[in-house]
Design a protein around this ligand. Sequence first.
Ligand code: CO8
Length: 258
Amino acid sequence: MSESFVLVETRGRVGLLTLNRPKALNALNDQLMDELGAALLAFESNADIGCVVITGSEKAFAAGADIGAMKDWSYMDVYNSEYITRNWETLKRIKKPVIAAVAGYALGGGCELAMMCDIIIAADTAKFGQPEIKLGVIPGAGGTQRLPRAVGKAKAMDLALTARMMGAEEAERAGLVSRVVAADKLMEEALDAATVIASMSLPSVMMAKECVNRAFEGSLNEGLLFERRVFHSLFATEDQKEGMAAFTEKRKPDFKHR
Ligand code: CO8
């Protein structure tokens, strides 16, 4: 059997999911996303679980979608939901609260995954970013929609267009993360918060989450659909092939359309 990319544990009424693909800095490929989706759905239907925590390693929450897997895909490959799209929406369907406990890199799809969670608790080592522009694409799992809602247009534009990373303190000031803690206290803090939430009445917790999301989500779905189509279309460009090939070959991209 192949190695498991998501470790599943329970701590009292808290479900703990650890992204476990360390050699690729938890790059999010189909197997990992399938395992994450299945584990989330299992916790959702488990009456003994009241809150979920998703975490990664000390070095990376997740460094994005798997560039090596994506690099040769065509427009129709990515438009086809059997590829990367299939389990990226599962987190949105979970009614129980989900906390992202982020240390190290949360980049591209990794930052988007954290933003799909309800609360982000960051270690002081956390680095958030949407560096897809360097690969000749754009964020494809909500980055252009959720990031401006969380941090405002100015900072979202800065991150999406320059690809720079934002540290934990800046992310807290900007409103992306709810708490910053010392790296060695991250899991204690996240599990404590999750335990508090899991001790509340589950219906009111789920409904509070739903209501806060309603305030946040305005016309998000239209924005997400639009973003997804633009993301797909970039797989028709030479620059996406060049950007992703350059990453895997560890060289600077030579974009045709500057
Ligand atoms: N995909 C695949 N492999 C990766 C990724 C990735 N995103 N990130 C890191 N890795 C791999 C590296 O290739 C390397 O593998 P190997 O050892 O076999 O060469 C290993 O992880 C370690 O990485 P580095 O040697 O690069 O480690 P460094 O400490 O030097 O650098 C960085 C760390 C800065 C995080 C660097 O790895 C990096 O820049 N990674 C890519 C970040 C990035 O561009 N992320 C965005 C990806 S695109 C995306 O997420 C689009 C999401 C759309 C989702 C749509 C769903 C519908």
